[in-house]
Write a protein that binds this ligand. Structure first.
Ligand code: C5P
Ligand code: MG
Length: 288
């Protein structure tokens, strides 16, 4: 059936093993929507990487670029981004090597954000004024999952309060959407004083997935997973799912395409190269 899906034959869509993929898709289709859960990353997976040639912000960047942050702090954040983002996407370094550096980046940024005394009631306006955009076709994606009662778990190393607000303002924060992310902890006057729980960065999603057993119990009967990510760290997001039967992994390759293409093809079933769409809708359409 893959061959009949027009969206899957676009030049930006790559598959290493279409036959294997076809089998997974058929198997999920046969089991039906009530056996499926969708586990997705947020930044640069559900949101656009670029629009009209310009980079779009991550949930952290929504804050970094906002009026809530002083000019000096903005400059510091930019320096950190210029230092650590190239490490995050460097295909010559191992994940082990990147881990402590990612913790360092996130910790520094969260401490800077705390120093800025951000107020909870300012977040709505900041998201409204930002350039963050969900991918083309997001309405269909969220509505389809809601309609069929398929849980959508968003597992993000971004800022939970910001990304929830992005989804709310887009009008698609349906009850089947569950978010695991770095949530802000506000004091009684509504000023940011800390971040809640364990830090989530791009390369420790597996630990988070395993910790979330309480949540995973709610969906124990859903042994089929559609996973969406843009980082190789996102591949472990389903590691907490018990008795996993089928997993269909869809990866957005947004940046450093030539260097990273082979590693993405080796680990994701479908690779979307510089593709700003939510054409996974065409696969979901098959699962009814
Ligand atoms: O939602 P997701 O897990 O993708 O969020 C993590 C992304 O946020 C990373 O890809 C990283 O590049 C980005 N990030 C950022 N600013 C930070 C920390 C992370 O833009 N201070
Ligand atoms: Mg991401």
């Amino acid at each position: 059936c893959l061959q009949q899906i027009a969206e899957m034959s676009k030049a930006t869509v790559h598959m290493k093993d279409p036959e294997h993929l076809e089998q997974i898709l058929e198997s999920i289709k046969d089991s039906g929507p009530n056996t499926l859960q969708v586990i997705s990353d947020f930044d640069m997976t559900l949101t656009r990487f670029a629009y009209n040639g310009k980079r779009c912000p991550t949930s952290h960047n929504v804050l970094d670029n906002s009026k809530l942050i002083s000019k000096t702090c903005q400059a510091e954040m930019k320096n950190l981004l210029n230092t650590y983002y190239p490490i995050e996407i460097d295909s010559t370094r191992s994940i082990e090597e990147k881990l402590p550096l990612m913790v360092e980046w996130w910790t520094k940024v969260h401490n800077l954000l705390i120093e800025q005394k951000i107020r909870k009631d300012q977040l709505t306006a900041v998201v409204k004024e930002s350039n963050v955009i969900l991918r083309e076709g997001y309405q269909l994606f969220f509505h389809h999952l809601h309609e069929l009662d398929i849980p959508l778990l968003i597992f993000s190393a971004g800022v939970g309060d910001v990304l929830e607000e992005v989804i709310r303002q887009a009008g698609v924060l349906h009850p089947n959407v569950k978010v695991f992310s770095n949530y802000m902890d506000f004091d009684e006057s509504g000023v940011l004083q800390d971040f809640k729980g364990e830090l989530i960065h791009v390369y420790n999603k597996r630990e988070g997935a395993l910790l979330n057993t309480q949540h995973f119990q709610e969906i124990q009967s859903r042994h089929n997973v559609m996973l969406l990510g843009d980082s190789l760290g996102d591949l472990t997001m389903a590691d907490g799912v018990q008795d996993l039967q089928n997993i269909l992994k869809i990866g957005y390759l947004n940046d450093k395409v030539e260097e990273r293409k082979q590693s993405y093809l080796d680990s994701y079933d479908i690779v979307l190269e510089r593709d700003e769409s939510m054409d996974v809708n065409s696969l979901l359409r098959e699962i009814r």
